[in-house]
Design a protein around this ligand. Structure first.
Ligand code: FRU
Length: 497
């Protein structure tokens, strides 16, 4: 089987060829979702960064577009964001066409090589043809380097409450908040991060937005901050903070802060392969949820994974909501309806008592390289369960829940190709269960080379990639607890044309 057949995902975005990392500049406009991304078209490893571009009308089928932004004399084009400037506050609009404004980081490779501090500055570009082609502003950079290392990844958004453009970027191990009236002149308002959150690595790719707390009239502000290294299972991951933003300063909610100080389990994803994720601008779902996507890899091994034509995929787009659980604000994630609405064949088992290894399904019934598994356990007590994906070549991916230590886990130590990096499968990936409910539910998305686990309605998420030598063919479940009962199991093949 060719590398393409074996590893190219069925329903996750990958570039046709070349290197990809962070999602950038996502916005929605005139029925299209735009996704830009850190891209090096000339090789399958990280290099001089461009913004690649893809568009979709359904968040499932992506059409790759011409490269949107090329490096220039100010530097490589690092991560950033884009907004629709409906009122033409920037003045770049013409003939009533609102401009799309992208804001990104210029990374100067010469200064980086010379170990200078002022390597990174912020620039903007505008598009008058719905994001297809871009003109860089002739007065770039719009924000000079203030003497800060790792000063990057501006995320712009319209702040309807304070009637200003907000922008947050990462600087070292902090985030800086700015505002602007015209997207060209930016004022530094405040900084955030000292003494709170994880500081085991560099802060990158932040986001800031208000979000309604589900089933209430309360609104809180969500601050996403990616960090590398420092992730809960090593390498890169995305932490979050919940609080208030008064138009100048972000203040973390007191209960949230206490809880985080006791135990930092505020991660958008506990798995190893969801990094630099941010949200789409100019759209939310009918109940106000934000749309999020992340880069499905980890800086520990992204440059070494065994694909050759291309490197890296994005996660599925996810809906992000805010809930209050045991008095603490938390984010919950679920795959968008666009993905899980693509159901084909269905296999259903009601009330399985799990003990010995029980085969649930094989590839004759459902193609396990594009499937959704849903299950429900009404009483988990101290029980645990283990799912296993296998192929006839002996590769195996196991994942499940350990009732003794109340951890979810994924073990990819036998999942196929693993020795391209010592950090890929050297440990079992775990996530402390957040919910205290006696019932436990799961929704699992399987693609050829990834698994995305959403437990307890998205309170615990784990995303992992893997590279089996042949497609996984069977799915089974087992438990050492002979009383463990799955109230309901349902497996769907996902059908994409
Ligand atoms: C995060 C990151 C960003 C930077 C980009 C460079 O993965 O390091 O901070 O802008 O990648 O490609």
């Amino acid at each position: 089987m060719s590398e393409e057949q074996l590893f190219r995902p069925n329903f996750h975005f990958t570039p046709k060829s070349g290197w990809m990392n962070d999602p950038n500049g996502m916005f929605y406009y005139k029925d299209y979702y735009h996704l830009y991304y850190q891209h090096y078209p000339d090789d399958n490893v990280w290099g001089p960064m461009h913004w690649g571009h893809a568009t979709s009308s359904d968040l499932v089928t992506w059409k790759e577009q011409p490269i949107a932004l090329y490096p220039d004399e100010l530097g490589y084009i690092f991560s950033g964001s884009a907004v629709v400037d409906h009122d033409n506050t920037s003045g770049f609009g013409k003939n009533g066409i609102p401009p799309i404004i992208a804001m990104f980081t210029y990374h100067n490779p010469k200064k980086a090589e010379a170990k200078k501090t002022d390597v990174e500055t912020q620039g903007i570009a505008y598009s008058l043809d719905e994001g297809l082609t871009w003109t860089k502003y002739d007065r770039n950079p719009v924000i000079k380097n203030p003497g800060a290392r790792d000063f990057r990844d501006p995320k712009v958004s319209w702040d309807a409450e304070h009637k200003q453009w907000n922008m947050v970027l990462a600087a070292g191990q902090e985030t800086y908040f700015y505002s602007s009236a015209n997207l060209k002149d930016w004022e530094l308002l405040s900084t955030f991060g000292e003494g709170i959150g994880n500081h085991d690595g560099v802060w990158e790719c932040p986001d800031l937005f208000p979000l309604k707390v589900q089933d209430t009239d309360e609104t809180k502000w969500v601050h996403l901050v990616s960090i590398n290294p420092g992730g809960p299972n090593g390498g890169s991951a995305t932490q979050y903070f919940i609080g208030d933003f008064d138009g100048k300063k972000f203040m973390v909610d007191e209960n949230f802060k206490d809880e985080m100080q006791k135990k930092h389990d505020f991660w958008a994803d506990f798995g190893k392969d969801n990094y630099a994720g941010v949200t789409w601008s100019n759209i939310s779902t009918s109940d106000g949820a934000k749309l999020f996507i992340g880069w499905m890899s980890n800086w520990q091994y992204a440059n070494e994974v065994p694909t050759e034509t291309w490197r890296s995929a994005m996660t599925v787009p996810r809906e992000l909501r805010l809930v209050k659980s045991d008095g603490i604000y938390r984010l919950v994630f679920r795959p968008t309806d666009e993905i899980i609405g693509h159901r084909g064949k269905k296999h259903k088992e009601g009330g399985v008592t799990v003990n010995e290894e029980t085969k649930l399904v094989d590839s004759e019934t459902i193609d396990l390289s594009r499937a959704e598994l849903i299950f429900d356990i009404s009483d988990i007590e101290d029980g645990g369960f283990n799912f296993k994906l296998t192929n006839s070549g002996g590769d195996e991916l196991s994942f499940g829940y350990n009732g003794n230590d109340k951890n979810f886990y994924v073990d990819r130590s036998k999942s196929g190709k693993i020795d391209f990096s010592k950090n890929f499968a050297n440990t079992i990936i775990t996530a402390p269960r957040i919910s205290k409910a006696t019932s436990l539910s799961g929704r699992i998305l399987l693609d050829k080379t990834s698994i995305e686990l959403f437990y307890d309605d998205g309170l615990n998420v784990m995303t992992e990639i893997f590279f089996p030598n042949a497609p996984f063919e069977t799915l089974s479940i087992q438990s050492d607890d002979d009383k463990l009962k799955l109230k309901h199991v349902e497996i769907h093949e996902l059908k994409f044309n």
